[in-house]
Design a protein around this ligand. Structure first.
Ligand SMILES: Nc1nc2c(ncn2[C@@H]2O[C@H](COP(=O)(O)OP(=O)(O)O)[C@@H](O)[C@H]2O)c(=O)[nH]1
Ligand SMILES: [Mg+2]
Length: 334
């Protein structure tokens, strides 16, 4: 199908077109990359979803939360996309099966779209694809995009970097420890939700929530925070308790950020990051071309033999001066 037609179908909310476009964006084939770039250019500009990043360790209740929260949102007439970013899925096969059963009702909801994590081995690759998938869902007119990650390695930072609001899901702690939560992650969080605040776990959840509230007060104020944020609250994804309040909080924060200009600044900074990442990726891709590889090999031999210094050889490579050919002289990155 011609890409402008695909773009039109995505814009019209055609889910199969969206799924095809995501598959295209996730492809690593050079031809597909070029097509994806053309497709992005053809998408309608200026459609904006509320992007919510969500992280938490396995078992904390992310899938259960997304199912309940997502159904609450679709129930109020909103269209919701759920994207999973799981850097471990390449190794473990992911938890897609478990997630599908935990999000069964949401998966069948015509106002929801669930896309599991693609298998990727490098976080850089995941970051790039995730941005693109978010952009596609935005163009498809979703109101809310939930981006979930299990928080392996740097994935929380990456997800926070493509979100408007970042939510950290925590379990009630047994003792009075803060579950060894990484300080950097606390600093990213707009909302800390202590899940499983139900039944026998309610007292522990209450204590844990108070501890996080205390810890959040020690975090230095950030630009874009509304009064009272970042905030810790208790929820039960299982019973639905507290979920309405979470949605209220998210909207309060979003409105505050829109009014203060922080929202637009954040979006602009994210677009710039994306641009720089694409440039970096493009430059690295040029290193892989046969010409560049040949040039590197030849210059590398000169360095090994002591005929050129490493800096001089690098300079020669980058400028293309005394190399058989230059990786950066041409205008074609394929
Ligand atoms: N009691 C209780 N259990 C929950 C709650 N949310 C999730 N669980 C349970 O915790 C386990 C892990 O949930 P899941 O959503 O798969 O966690 P994920 O690995 O973070 O996606 C499941 O057995 C859920 O039924 C909750 O609010 N209360
Ligand atoms: Mg899960």
């Amino acid at each position: 199908m011609p890409l402008p037609d695909l773009a039109r179908q995505i814009a019209a909310g055609d889910r199969r077109a969206l799924a095809r476009a995501i598959t295209l964006a996730e492809s690593t084939l050079a031809g597909d990359r070029a097509r994806a770039t053309v497709l992005f250019d053809a998408l309608p500009k200026g459609r904006e979803a509320l992007r919510i990043g969500l992280t938490g360790t396995p078992g904390v209740g992310k899938s259960t939360f997304i199912e309940a929260f997502g159904l609450m949102l679709t129930g109020s007439g909103l269209r919701v996309a759920v994207l999973a970013v799981d850097p471990s899925s390449a190794r473990t096969g992911g938890s897609i099966l478990g997630d599908k059963t935990r999000m069964e009702r949401l998966a069948r909801d015509p106002h929801a779209f669930i896309r599991p994590s693609p298998s990727q081995t490098r976080l850089g690759g995941i970051a790039r694809r995730s941005r693109e998938v978010v952009a596609l869902c935005e163009a498809a007119g979703f109101d809310v995009i939930l981006v979930e990650t299990v928080g392996v390695g740097q994935s929380e930072t990456m997800v926070a970097g493509i979100s408007d609001i970042f939510v950290l899901l925590m379990a009630p702690a047994g003792g009075d420890e803060l579950q060894g939560v990484k300080r950097g992650i606390m600093e990213l969080a707009d909302l800390i939700l202590v899940n499983k605040a139900d039944g026998d776990l309610l007292p522990a959840a209450t204590r844990t929530c108070a501890e996080y509230a205390g810890a959040l007060r020690l975090i230095r104020p950030r630009g874009g925070d509304a009064p009272g944020f970042p905030k810790a609250s208790m929820i039960s994804a299982l019973t639905g308790a507290g979920l309405e309040a979470v949605w209220q909080d998210i909207q309060t924060l979003a409105q505050h950020r829109r009014a203060s200009g922080h929202w637009a600044q954040n979006r602009a900074a994210q677009a710039q990051d994306w641009f720089l990442e694409e440039v970096r990726h493009g430059l690295l891709a040029r290193l892989e071309t046969p010409d560049a590889q040949a040039s590197l090999k030849a210059l590398s031999s000169e360095v090994a033999a002591g005929r050129m210094t490493a800096p001089a050889a690098a300079e020669a490579f980058l400028t293309g001066s005394s190399a058989p050919s230059s990786a950066f002289a041409g205008d074609d990155r394929s």
